[in-house]
Design a protein around this ligand. Structure first.
Ligand code: ZN
Length: 142
């Protein structure tokens, strides 16, 4: 059963490296989900009312997704209030764990648990556009 796989790996070392990288990535994802996503779900699922308004005001009514090449996403309509640390993985429905994304970036993010450096980067970027005095730090859980 494994012989054809071993032969293929010997013949195509890049394929073996790709498969090993994917396996390690999957393992890291499962460990992070177990460690960071074990909490019970916040009974509040959606950002509504004042919380949603606070998220939009902090983001300047613009998608908060950044990319290395094109900078901050320019979309300003049909914005969605999103959990930075996913609700399905124990993220709190609080302004401190919220962000504003366009539909495309929210769908792309899905329920991936962000790395700590991503939270720090988002908080640092927010300082450029958040109103003065508004906290920019991301807090995953209550
Ligand atoms: Zn966007």
């Amino acid at each position: 059963m494994l012989a054809p796989i071993a032969e293929a790996a010997a013949e195509h070392p890049w394929l073996a490296a790709l498969v090993a990288t994917l396996a390690v990535t999957q393992m890291v994802h499962r460990v992070r989900t177990a460690v960071l996503g074990w909490r019970p779900r916040d009974p509040r699922r959606l950002f509504v009312g004042a919380d949603r308004a606070a998220l939009l005001a902090r983001a300047g009514h613009r998608c908060e997704q950044h990319s290395w090449l094109s900078g901050r996403c320019p979309v300003t309509d049909r914005l969605q209030a999103d959990h930075v640390h996913p609700h399905s993985r124990g993220g709190a429905t609080t302004v401190a764990n919220g962000q504003v994304l366009c539909g495309r970036h929210n769908a792309r993010k899905a329920n991936r648990i962000p790395w700590a450096w991503e939270l720090r980067t988002l908080a640092a970027r927010r300082q450029a556009y958040a109103p003065p005095g508004v906290p920019t730090a991301v807090v995953r859980h209550l």
